[in-house]
Design a protein around this ligand. Structure first.
Ligand code: AMP
Length: 282
């Protein structure tokens, strides 16, 4: 296993691997890895000969009021976990190398980056697509794996790859959850034990909507949203539900009522932590 920090060295190494006929898989992460991240590394290994895991807490995707400075980090632990998961190469670029003082080029996906997360975090996806484009240019992967946990991010990246003609296969891997259903996230660390218990409310609300549709045939969006908010508030009265959206899985267009290929996404701020989750409804 090899840790690479230099952009130049990573580029030379990727070129060498490609020349040897190796298929390169990449898993971009911000570190502080959990089993969700590791599942992406294992999935990438199925589609490639060499998996490059990147660790980079990307300042460009955090707004000034967000948690960039306190974002959890554990480089040594991450390296150990990647090794155990079978990852061959870890790329950990330096912030100053990724964004030089005179940096001024950004990638913006337009419409689909403006809804849902984009409404609450207007500069977020510009930062994500810019860093992912840079990582793609450095690593030159054949395959890249992203998590369904950040569903809109995966769809925005798919759009960018299609629009900019990157010859890269994008794979969206399922969300890995804790035993009680909470989606694994580096940000779960911010909760105290009792707050952590309440964080289950997102999953519970999603399950409720899925069951209302599946068992009782409810297709009315307003009715589902109302029931979900009630469920969340019954677990955490102070939770702030930022949005609950029902959209087409491929296009991200809002649906008027539940139909085939529909996904429900939500963002909830509770105890100062902003959580997102989603579930295919039909
Ligand atoms: P992050 O380090 O949070 O930027 O996430 C890096 C990658 O891991 C993204 O593609 C995420 O969607 C994915 N990811 C995060 N949490 C999970 C999870 N619980 N299950 C599966 N993938 C995840």
């Amino acid at each position: 296993m090899r840790v690479v920090r230099s952009i130049k060295v990573m580029q030379v190494l990727s070129k060498k691997l490609a020349a040897e006929g190796k298929r390169i898989g990449v898993v971009p992460t911000m570190g502080f890895l959990h089993d969700g991240h590791l599942s992406l590394i294992k999935r990438a290994a199925k589609y490639s000969d060499v998996v490059i895991t990147t660790i980079f807490v990307n300042p460009a995707q955090f707004a000034p009021n967000e948690d960039l400075d306190k974002y959890p980090r554990d480089e040594r632990g991450d390296i150990k976990k990647i090794k155990e998961a079978g990852g061959e190469i870890i790329f950990i670029p330096r912030t100053g190398d990724m964004y030089a003082d005179d940096f001024q080029t950004y990638i913006t996906v337009e419409e689909i980056a403006k809804t849902l997360e984009g409404r609450s975090r207007p500069t977020h996806f510009r930062g994500v697509t810019t860093v992912v484009a840079k990582l793609f240019n450095i690593v030159r992967p054949d395959v890249a794996v992203f998590g369904l946990k950040d569903y809109q991010q995966a769809i925005v990246i798919k759009r960018m790859v299609c629009d900019l003609d990157y010859p890269i296969k994008i794979i969206i891997a399922p969300t890995v959850r804790e035993k009680d259903g909470l989606a694994m996230s580096s940000r779960n660390k911010y909760f105290s034990t009792s707050q952590r218990k309440d964080a289950i409310c997102l999953y519970k609300a999603l399950r409720l909507a899925k069951n209302m549709n599946k068992k009782n045939g409810v297709t009315n969006i307003a009715k589902l949203q109302k029931a979900m908010i009630k469920e969340i508030k019954s677990i955490c009265l102070t939770a702030n539900v930022e949005y609950i959206a029902f959209t087409d899985f491929e296009t991200l267009q809002p649906v008027k009522k539940i139909k085939k290929n529909c996904i429900c996404s939500l963002a909830v701020k509770m105890y100062g932590v902003r959580l997102i989750d989603n579930m295919r409804i039909s």
